[in-house]
Structure formats: structure tokens, C-alpha cells
Design a protein around this ligand. Structure first.
Ligand code: URA
Ligand code: CA
Length: 431
């Protein structure tokens, strides 16, 4: 087999065979196929697309390029959730204890990563003592005993994806449905999930800017999952404005605590119930999404979800009293209000720009070397569709520096007040 012939085949719109896809990914992982040839193939895929079978084969070839996590020592169906990423997305912190409270195993491997706020691990580390440096044995034991644990990323998972994603980034080939779908799904499958629930976001703060593109990506990932024996479902959700009120690490832990008791922001609660229902359904604990949702609401009201969160924190060395005393979370030194300059209705809160404002305060990492300030961030006091009077606070800035004029300017530029506006649709569809 020669790479040049396979590039020509895809360029001319033909399908690649399973063994050809395996040859390409193995060769590229071992540096036997050079970047220039892989770039040409990525561009050919960008224009010619891949059929369902090719997408499934590509996903499994990427999975097989490195280590895979074996969760077979954990009893029950391991359902993992993945979000395509957004601003102030507190869903994982809520969903993990919420679903575990229904005796569904949540065995989460999580990362830190770049972004407007930290990853799930950074957020959890806002809780004094909490740590994810646990052994694989301890991880498995905790999930078997209490149904929930989080471990930091280890092992050489999907090296082909790391190389290919970096290459796509500099060759204008990121934005290809078969390449995005196989990249995301390979990572979930390598991390050991039996079933996968996807939150595909759309809007300014999302990777997929339009609902049509988000739907196409959701369908692509769901069919890959189902074709390789992982039951998969997806929710398509709005990310035109940030999710919930809190954007920042401590602030989001507090928001998760509220939401676990049914006292959180309505949009965050609604999305957690939609995603959680799919998780419960795929774990075979309910026979319909409606039944699953009722079960989740019950553990929010009867306190079991909150108790599970405390148990989870204590198991991993954290101080569970923060759940009843969230003021023990790291607190910022300065609280600064951003007042509305006119009467009206909030018409737009541009998610990604508001996320960047939180990052300016230190809530997220701009580069791998940046350190996060867990205390800082933004609390939205208004969301799209809310009416506002001049002088009322739009946002409360939680800062550890006195001068936040840069952040205030960014907030004013990206919150638009108009005459009338409706709250946006939160869930565009389920797949
Ligand atoms: N996120 C991923 O993990 N991979 C892609 O290709 C795009 C977004
Ligand atoms: Ca939030």
C-alpha cells in the first residue's frame, strides 16, 4: 500500500477500505507517513467526506493507536458524558453526583486543558484537599463502592488524534465533520465508556456556530458510537449566551451545589436533566427518558444528590463541609458591579467574549503554563430576555485585582440591551 495512492483515491471521491484506514493511522502514529501526506489526505477528506463505515473505521483506528482504559472491573454500564465545550458549562459537576445518586457508575477521567475557566478537575480543586491523583485500583474501588470517582488523565490515549488534531489546526482542516466526530468519539471510547451522552453546543460560544452544523455533528457522532457498539445519544443545546450564572471555578462549584438541590439557574438545571435522563436511560435504569427525568428530580429534592456530592468530595480527600458552607471556597478580594447604562431588555450576551472577560481575571488558562485563580470569575445577574433598569447590575465581577477596567469594557461591548427580546431556545433537539 502506498499513501500517495490512498490520497488520490480519497481526492477522487472513492471510499477508503478498513485496512487502508488502519494503514494510514498506524503509519502516521509511527511517523512512517509524513505530515505533508497526512495534510493532503485531511484536505481530501474535508472536501470529499467519509461515509458511515469509514468514519467508524477511522474512529477505531485512532482508538487503537494508543492505550485504552479497561473499566471492566467496575460493575454496571459505564456511561460517559462529553460536551463540545462552552462558557460557564457547569454540567459535569452537577451530573456526576446526580447520576451516581441513582446507583449508576460514574468513572470519570478528566483533564485541565485550556479555556475560559478550568476543566472539571480545576473546578473540583477549588474544594480544599480534593485531589485526583489516585491509583487505578483506588479509582475502581471507589466507583464500585460509592458509584463515583474522578481520576486525572494518564496513559498514552489516542496519540494519533493528538498528532492529527495539531496538524489540522495549521492546515485549515479542523472544520470537517468526519474528522471532528472521529476525534471526539475516539477519546471517549479509549477512556472506557460503554455508553456515551453528548452535549453538542451551538452558538457564539460553541465550536459549531449554527444549529444545522451542530445537528450534523451530533448525528455523525451518534452513528459512529452505535456502529462501534457504544450506545450513544446527544442533546443539541444553546451556547449563544453562557450557561447558568457563574463563570469561574469556585463560583461554578457553588452553582453546582445549588443545582443539585433544585435551586440552580433554570437553564443549567434543564440541560442537566436532559443530559442526565439520557445517561440514566442508556444505563438501563429507566425505560423512557421521562421516567429517567422523574428519577433525577427525586434525588434533587430528597437530598440524595447532595449527599452523594459530599461523599464524593470526602472520598477524594476534600472537605465536604463546603457543600453546606460554600463561603469556605476560595473567595475573591474585590466584588465589582457592572451597572446597566439604560432601561430595556437584555438582547444578547456574547458567550465566547464574556468567557474571555473571565479569563482576563485569571479564571482560565490562555496557555498551558498559565496558573488559574480559582476564586475569580463573573456572576451574571441578568440573562437574555430579562428586563433591566438603568443602574441595575448586569454582572458582578469577582476579582483579585483592584483595577478591572479591561474586564468592564469587554462586558459592556458584549452585553446588548434592546427594546424586547425572548430567552433563546435552550435545547434544539435530541438525537
Ligand atoms: N474537539 C476535538 O476533540 N476534536 C476536534 O476535532 C474538534 C474539537
Ligand atoms: Ca455556569
Amino acid at each position: 500500500m502506498r499513501m500517495v495512492d490512498l490520497i488520490a483515491k480519497k481526492r477522487d471521491g472513492q471510499e477508503l477500505l478498513t485496512e487502508e484506514i488502519n494503514f494510514i493511522i498506524e503509519g502516521y502514529t509511527k511517523d512512517e507517513i509524513p505530515d505533508y501526506q497526512m495534510s493532503a489526505l485531511a484536505m481530501a477528506i474535508y472536501f470529499q467526506d467519509m461515509n458511515e463505515r469509514e468514519r467508524a473505521d477511522l474512529t477505531m483506528a485512532i482508538v487503537n493507536s494508543g492505550d485504552t482504559i479497561d473499566l471492566s472491573d467496575i460493575e454496571g454500564v459505564k456511561v460517559d458524558k462529553h460536551s463540545t465545550g462552552g462558557v460557564g458549562d457547569t454540567t459535569t459537576l452537577v451530573l456526576a453526583p446526580l447520576v451516581a445518586a441513582l446507583d449508576i457508575p460514574v468513572a470519570k477521567m478528566s483533564g485541565r486543558g485550556l479555556g475560559h475557566t478550568g476543566g472539571t478537575i480545576d473546578k473540583l480543586e477549588a474544594i480544599a484537599g480534593f485531589h485526583v491523583e489516585i491509583s487505578k485500583e483506588e479509582f475502581v474501588n471507589l466507583v464500585n463502592k460509592d458509584k463515583i470517582a474522578v481520576i486525572g488523565q494518564s496513559g498514552n490515549l489516542t496519540p494519533a488524534d493528538k498528532k492529527l488534531y495539531a496538524l489540522r489546526d495549521v492546515t485549515a482542516t479542523v472544520n470537517s465533520i468526519p474528522l471532528i466526530a472521529s476525534s471526539i468519539m475516539s477519546k471517549k471510547i479509549a477512556a472506557g465508556a460503554d455508553a456515551i451522552v453528548l452535549d453538542v453546543k451551538t452558538g457564539a460560544g460553541a465550536f459549531m456556530k449554527t444549529v444545522e452544523d451542530a445537528k450534523e455533528l451530533a448525528h455523525a457522532m451518534v452513528s459512529i458510537g452505535n456502529n462501534v457498539g457504544r450506545k450513544t445519544m446527544a442533546v443539541i443545546s444553546d451556547m449563544s449566551q453562557p450557561l447558568g450564572f457563574a463563570i469561574g471555578n469556585s463560583l461554578e462549584v457553588k452553582e453546582a451545589i445549588d443545582t443539585l438541590q433544585g435551586k440552580g439557574p433554570k437553564d443549567l438545571e434543564q440541560l442537566c436533566l436532559a443530559l442526565g435522563s439520557q445517561m440514566v436511560f442508556l444505563a438501563n435504569k429507566a425505560s423512557s427518558l421521562e421516567e429517567a427525568e422523574a428519577m433525577l428530580k427525586e434525588v434533587m429534592t430528597n437530598g440524595k444528590a447532595l449527599t452523594k456530592f459530599k461523599e464524593f468530595i470526602a472520598n477524594q480527600g476534600g472537605d465536604p463541609s463546603v457543600v453546606d458552607h460554600p463561603e469556605k471556597l476560595p473567595q475573591a478580594s474585590y466584588l465589582i458591579e457592572v451597572p446597566a447604562k439604560q432601561d430595556g431588555v437584555v438582547a444578547e450576551i456574547v458567550a465566547d467574549e464574556i468567557g474571555t472577560a473571565a479569563m482576563l481575571l485569571g479564571a482560565g488558562r490562555a496557555t498551558k503554563e498559565s496558573t488559574i485563580d480559582l476564586a475569580v470569575g463573573l456572576m451574571l445577574n441578568k440573562k437574555v430576555g430579562d428586563s433591566v433598569k438603568v443602574g441595575e447590575s448586569l454582572v458582578t465581577i469577582h476579582a483579585n485585582r483592584e483595577n478591572v477596567n479591561d474586564v468592564i469594557a469587554k462586558i459592556y461591548e458584549n452585553i446588548r440591551i434592546g427594546d424586547h427580546s425572548e430567552p433563546p431556545v435552550l435545547i434544539y433537539g435530541i438525537v
